[in-house]
Design a binder for this molecule. Structure first.
Ligand SMILES: C[S@@+](CC[C@H](N)C(=O)[O-])C[C@H]1O[C@@H](n2cnc3c(N)ncnc32)[C@H](O)[C@@H]1O
Length: 259
């Protein structure tokens, strides 16, 4: 007798709990669907940006704006970056003069390698900071040794990722990228990150071996034409201010933020 209403009430409770549970499941499924959909849209945008096919020996089999991306130069090539003939072959002094470095400049050297340009710039921007960004620990370690040996205080070592330079927004007056851009695995994302770190009137010095010149003794994928660089920078709203073009082998292209 007593049990009957009790069972009815407990069935009722059970029914309410089941309803709540089903509602929760429905909500979770909706959220999961939304998550999958948004990440697929993001993924598609990235997939459309890059194409993949069998690549050449020096390339990674990934294309961006009709250009095959090259392999990253390993830290094992450090001695080539530090070779004695480099000043004569590349005229680094002229490159640095092109940059009109002032004492207070904050400068980011992206893909700084063993720091060939970093420490020369640190001597010039004595009241500024040189951010030396690289993705390889061995390169950062080599720069750390130099920094300690020279008791240099205005160089900041920064571990970047394939998609970000890991610098604060609006933190630099100048950006130097020497012989690195063609090997960035995510050039679009990297340039977006670089642009964010550039102050409004900052200048970007993009240095690449001249792709138009067959006499420059460098592998094809490690060179770039001015036209290709301009197209790729334009995608990020960066405009070519001038190509100084006074270096023996490389373009010295100066880009600024577009209006
Ligand atoms: C050919 S070396 C040039 C080094 C230096 N700029 C110089 O001229 O001596 C290229 C460097 O770029 C670095 N690199 C490649 N992709 C990078 C990325 N997405 N972000 C930061 N560094 C990168 C590599 O680790 C390597 O140290």
């Amino acid at each position: 007798m007593f049990l009957l209403p009790f069972t009815a009430i407990s069935n009722l409770n059970y029914g309410i709990r089941t309803k709540k549970f089903l509602k929760m499941i429905r909500k979770t499924i909706q959220l999961l669907t939304l998550f999958v959909l948004t990440s697929t849209v993001g993924l598609n945008a990235q997939e459309r940006r890059y194409t993949f096919k069998k690549g050449s020996y020096d390339g990674v089999g990934k294309w961006y704006m009709q250009r095959e991306i090259s392999h990253v130069m390993g830290y094992q090539g450090m001695s080539w970056l530090e070779r004695d003939e480099r000043e004569k072959e590349e005229n680094t002094s002229t490159l640095l003069a092109n940059m009109n470095i002032s004492k207070t400049d904050d400068i980011a050297d992206i893909g700084a390698g063993s720091g060939y340009h970093v420490f020369k710039m640190a001597d010039m921007a004595t009241a500024g900071t040189i951010y030396a960004v690289d993705i390889q620990d061995e390169m950062l370690a080599a720069m750390r040794d130099k920094k300690l040996a020279g008791k240099i205080t205005n160089v900041a070592l920064v571990k970047g990722s394939e998609k970000s330079i890991n610098l604060e927004p609006n933190s630099v007056d100048k950006v130097l990228i020497v012989d690195v851009y063609h090997e960035m695995n995510f050039p679009y994302e990297m340039m977006a990150s670089i642009k964010k770190a550039m102050r409004a009137d900052a200048k970007l010095y993009l240095i690449e071996y001249r792709g138009e010149d067959p006499n420059v003794p460098i592998k094809e994928l490690h060179k770039m034409t001015e036209a290709q660089a301009v197209t790729e920078m334009k995608a990020l709203g960066l405009e070519l201010e001038e190509n100084t073009d006074n270096l023996p082998w490389q373009h010295c292209m100066v880009f600024v933020k577009g209006g």
